[in-house]
Design a protein around this ligand. Structure first.
Ligand code: HEM
Length: 428
């Protein structure tokens, strides 16, 4: 183990390892116990890494405000994802996911979303028993690929093969199943490399068939590769699409899964969503925010590149390059104020959380705050809301599960369910 980066003064060091350094059964319980023992600011060491965890309002304000060049989210994300994804997927990318969402082009992607939902709903029949998270995962692939891989991919006769390969590649496993990463490293990412080659081939075939621009996000990606001859162009475009898509599969389908679970569990709220009264015109998007809040399992990380000063409200710390700043959303999202342990879409007024009143925005996070807030928030809220409206317009969902639990070992993204959440579909 090398020398660990200095933090001055040194806060308490928690007696705990992060799940990619050793076995952890329940990350929320374990990091919660570290916080109870050490307070709102503490350190966790693992291997060559030193993490400064922050939970106080002032500490979180500094955490979210720190500029990228001083403490990088990009590098922190890459360090996490490269435990699972082949290194070469990151090389030479010409499209960063957030660039796709800079245009206010909601109308542009709506048609693609509607088509993806129609195809998925056409597979469902009254009497079918489905797992809500399997359903949203398949639909998440359709929604995303239709949006940045070109709508034509929805009709590829290799679509099922494509999503199977994407599920093997699945970068989010780095934080959904962190203890599996040692096995991935030992295999030299062999399964991931094979899946990436297959994904690239299927996408490149579909992209090559596009003759004229249609004005979608895939066209934006194609423009960036226009100066490169085939087959490098097709491979570059396909890899850009893959990286954006894997990013989208970190959160969207899981947040949608919890949104459906909560509505099945709260028929009173569902009745209001269906009734579409004026006062509830935005209820469906408030439901989505509420379920995302509850489902959040994100560890937020920044890799310190230049010395950073963090004031946690009681102490000022000088943090040296090489350390990571961190916070873990479930501990604040569910505990920062009274009643936050309950599902209540009416705690939102439009996009703002108003109950409990007066909470600083850094204490309850759905899509992030500050310079790194999620650029795909409007896209994601629209996509999830439309799925909810159309699914519950078409069917009643009868729960076959008693309780829905998040996976306890997850540390990042929105929670996956620990067990299947089966429902039976009934005609309305
Ligand atoms: C329900 C769905 C989603 C949720 C809950 C969500 C949540 C978040 C959160 C909390 C952050 C801030 C992270 C931080 O500060 O460290 C973030 C950033 C980001 N998200 Fe999302 N996200 C969702 C969907 C998506 C989708 C569909 C995409 C695109 C493919 C996307 C792309 C990004 C990007 C590129 C950033 C980084 C922005 C930057 O660093 O400037 N997200 N997201």
């Amino acid at each position: 183990m090398g020398e660990l980066p200095l933090i001055t003064p040194m806060p308490a060091v928690a007696d705990f390892v992060l799940p990619w350094d050793g076995p952890v059964n329940d990350t929320v319980a374990a990091i919660g116990a570290a916080r109870s023992a050490c307070g709102d600011t503490f350190v966790i060491d693992g291997g060559d890494d030193r993490y400064l965890f922050l939970f106080s309002p002032a500490g979180l304000r500094d955490f979210y405000a720190v500029p990228e060049q001083q403490a990088s989210k990009g590098i922190a994300d890459w360090k996490m994802l490269v435990r699972k994804l082949p290194d070469e997927l990151f090389d030479g990318r010409r499209t960063l996911p957030h660039e796709l969402f800079t245009r206010p082009n909601v109308a542009g992607y709506l048609d693609a979303l509607e088509e993806a939902i129609s195809i998925q709903l056409s597979e469902l029949h009254p009497g079918d028993e489905i797992d809500l998270f399997d359903f949203t995962r398949r639909l998440g692939h359709r929604l995303g690929l239709a949006s940045w891989g070109g709508r034509e991919i929805l009709h590829s006769d290799r679509f099922d093969e494509l999503i199977e390969a994407l599920d093997v590649l699945d970068g989010s496993e780095a934080f959904v199943a962190p203890t599996r990463m040692q096995e991935v490293a030992q295999s030299g990412k062999a399964a991931e490399r094979e899946a990436m080659a297959k994904t690239e081939l299927i996408l490149a075939d579909s992209i090559a068939a596009r003759r004229n621009p249609v004005g979608d996000l895939l066209d934006m990606i194609l423009e960036r590769w226009a100066d490169i001859p085939d087959p490098e162009r097709l491979s570059g475009v396909a890899r850009d699409v893959i990286l954006v898509h894997l990013g989208s599969m970190s959160n969207l389908f899981a947040a949608l899964g919890w949104s459906l679970v909560h509505l099945v569990q709260h028929p009173d709220v569902l009745a209001r969503v269906r009734a579409k009264q004026d006062a509830d015109h935005d209820l469906v998007s408030r439901c989505v925010l509420e379920s995302t809040r509850i489902g959040q399992r994100s560890i937020m990380l920044r890799t310190v590149l230049e010395p950073v000063t963090i004031d946690d409200g009681s102490q000022t710390y000088e943090v040296s390059p090489g350390a990571s700043l961190a916070t873990f959303l479930p501990l604040t999202n569910m505990e920062a104020g009274p009643g936050l342990d309950r599902y209540d879409p009416d705690r939102w007024k439009g996009p703002r959380l108003v109950s409990p009143p007066g909470l600083p925005s850094e204490l309850v996070i759905t899509f992030g705050v500050g310079p790194h807030a999620c650029p795909a928030r409007p896209f994601s809220v629209t996509a999830m809301s439309r799925v909810i409206e159309r699914l519950f317009d078409a069917f009643d969902l009868e729960a076959l599960f008693d309780d829905a639990r998040p996976r306890p070992d997850q540390i990042g993204g929105v929670a996956r369910a620990a067990d299947p959440c089966m429902v039976v579909l009934r005609d309305r």
